[in-house]
Design a protein around this ligand. Structure first.
Ligand code: CTP
Ligand code: MG
Length: 359
């Protein structure tokens, strides 16, 4: 029906049709883009091998998790061979960075002293690479690789997740609320919001909780620890149907509208933490010690840290949304409300739905 709990879903059919037949195909990368990026990755890997024999450059983030947009940055992580001499990431940034500078036409920016030392590479647009290319190289970040694999596994379970995430990525970038350096939330943070919504808020759920599903033989998922973090999750997609099959038949349009409803009206930003690995999908801030909003940093500043709380699925003491400031959260919530209002105004013409994206 068009109305549910006083909310009009009259636009849901048009919205679903738009998302699935027009929007998604127009924003995802074509095979040639993946190919060009993988060529670049292989070439950079050869250079990494010169710095430390046996070094590997593995993709993570959007190029590897199923949520890439056209021309998105390539995130790479360098892993040294097990028997290679140990070297500090900051040192590797400088050595590999200089080699890339010499050997390629990438513009290189080295950040050896950043919290996570990285090399930032860019190639300006050319006939070969019409949109240019941007690439970040980090070191030994096993958790990023594992959370990428978790997101990819979720993406393979139900295509509605990918539709919602791609829409949110484009929309949050256009609305300028996808910038952790300017007080808002990273794409990774938004993806966690969508997974929490589909796995925990929706009844019946669209997704299982892969971190709480146990194997068909009754044994619990074997515990795999890395650096003190439990990184295990259910990843046997062939065995999944005997454990979880969704009975939720809502369309992507309905789910998107309801996502905006939940995060503009229902989620308690003051007291709750979004936690996809938890039993209920939310935890009290108090339980995590995240009710204290300020970090007193003797070095520099006092800043917001726990305005918006999104728990990392593996690194439980890490608030993925710690970059979100008071103003940033105010803007994000305002944008969620605006999108909800536009999508649920029944008198608006179907073309008006586009207004959610375009200013
Ligand atoms: N990541 C993380 N912690 C964060 C942000 C990012 O561990 N606070 C890691 C995750 O592995 C994530 C990857 O970095 O998958 C890339 O994050 P991000 O750039 O936010 O997501 P993308 O999907 O690459 O989106 P975009 O296209 O906007 O770059
Ligand atoms: Mg990225």
């Amino acid at each position: 029906s068009l109305w549910r709990d006083g909310v009009s879903y009259a636009h849901a059919p048009d919205l679903t049709h738009y998302l699935e037949s027009t929007f998604v195909p127009s924003v995802v990368p074509q095979p040639d883009e993946y190919h060009a990026k993988d060529q670049a990755r292989q070439y950079l890997e050869k250079l990494a091998d010169q710095v430390s024999p046996g070094a590997k450059l593995l993709p993570f983030g959007s190029m590897a998790n199923g949520f890439a947009l056209k021309n998105s940055d390539m995130d790479l992580c360098c892993f040294l061979a097990k028997d290679a001499p140990v070297r500090e990431p900051s040192e590797l940034v400088e050595i590999l960075g200089r080699l890339i500078e010499q050997e390629t036409n990438f513009y290189v920016k080295m950040l050896p002293r950043a919290r996570i030392p990285i090399i930032k590479l860019t190639i300006p647009p050319s006939t070969d690479v019409p949109m240019g290319m941007a690439c970040d190289i980090g070191f030994e970040n096993r958790l990023a690789l594992e959370n990428t694999r978790l997101l990819l596994t979720y993406a393979m379970i139900d295509s509605r997740l990918r539709t919602l995430v791609l829409f949110l990525k484009v929309w949050t970038k256009r609305r300028k609320i996808n910038n952790p350096y300017r007080g808002t939330l990273s794409s990774y943070g938004y993806v966690l919001l969508v997974i929490q919504f589909l796995a925990h808020v929706k009844q019946p759920p669209v997704l299982p909780n892969l971190q709480r599903l146990s194997s068909p033989d009754g044994s619990a998922a074997e515990e795999t620890m890395f650096d003190g973090h439990d990184i295990s999750f259910f990843d046997d997609l062939d065995a999944l149907p005997s454990l979880f099959q969704t009975t939720n038949t809502e369309t992507s349009g309905e789910l998107l509208i309801d996502f905006f409803r939940y995060f503009s009206k229902e989620f308690n930003f003051t007291h709750q933490v979004v936690s996809i690995r938890s039993d209920k999908g939310v935890l009290p801030k108090l339980q995590k010690g995240w009710h204290v909003d300020f970090e007193f940093d003797p070095e520099l500043t006092v800043r917001d840290q726990h305005k918006l709380c999104v728990e990392d699925p593996f690194q439980l003491d890490y608030n993925v949304a710690r970059t979100v400031t008071r103003d940033g959260l105010y803007t994000i919530r305002g944008e969620f409300m605006r999108a909800f209002r536009i999508l649920t105004t029944p008198t608006r013409s179907p073309e008006g739905i586009g207004a959610v994206i375009n200013s």
